[in-house]
Write a protein that binds this ligand. Structure first.
Ligand SMILES: [Zn+2]
Length: 190
């Protein structure tokens, strides 16, 4: 039997029962597609909604502890044991964190990775494989633009010493969301 009272008393963000805090959505809030009906939130989500650190950082929350992630590609290669919440952001101003609280990571082999407001299927073996390829290109100073834009010109091949095999693989990967995560989050050490 559907209990209307209980339906109404779920956190608008994560759906947990008996939320205590009243949320006032500011005019600037536009991410209503991620929010459930109502205006109550649990205390955790209410804090996440008001504290900008949850929008401006990539983070993990494990055992209730928030930790900003500095090196995203390396972090994804060595994930801690689940369960945890994980959110990655490039834009640093989106409300994808709401999707992150709705999609807790229960297995690091395969899970839904939230990047800004997008959902990406993460698979650890695929990721490790792409990471090695990206790291190799990066070490040879292949620019990110080439790593993301697909088939480079023959002149680019010569300039950067790319093999045709690598070049074809880059082209195959250009619309692969996991590949784009690795490349876009890579930071040069120098
Ligand atoms: Zn909540």
């Amino acid at each position: 039997m559907l209990n209307t009272q209980e339906t109404e008393s779920a956190c608008v963000f994560c759906g947990s029962r008996h939320p205590q805090k009243t949320i006032i959505f500011p005019q600037t809030f536009t991410a209503y597609q991620f929010v459930q009906a109502g205006n109550k939130a649990c205390s955790r989500c209410a804090e996440m909604f008001t504290d900008p650190k949850y929008r401006r950082n990539s983070w993990i929350i494990r055992n209730g502890k928030f930790e900003a992630i500095e090196n995203v590609p390396d972090f994804l290669l060595n994930l801690p044991s689940p369960p945890f919440l994980l959110y990655l952001t490039k834009a640093k101003r989106k409300h994808g964190w709401i999707r992150a609280v709705q999609n807790p990571v229960l297995s690091t082999k395969r899970f839904i990775l939230i990047v800004d407001e997008d959902k990406i299927m993460f698979d650890d073996k695929t990721y490790a494989d792409l990471y090695v390829f990206a790291k190799n290109l990066y070490a040879r100073r292949i620019p990110k633009t080439i790593m993301l834009s697909g088939m480079p010109q023959p002149s680019t091949h010569r300039k950067y010493g790319l093999t045709w095999k690598e070049s074809f693989r880059i082209r195959e990967l250009q619309h692969n969301p996991l590949w784009r995560v690795i490349v876009e989050f890579f930071k040069r050490a120098d």
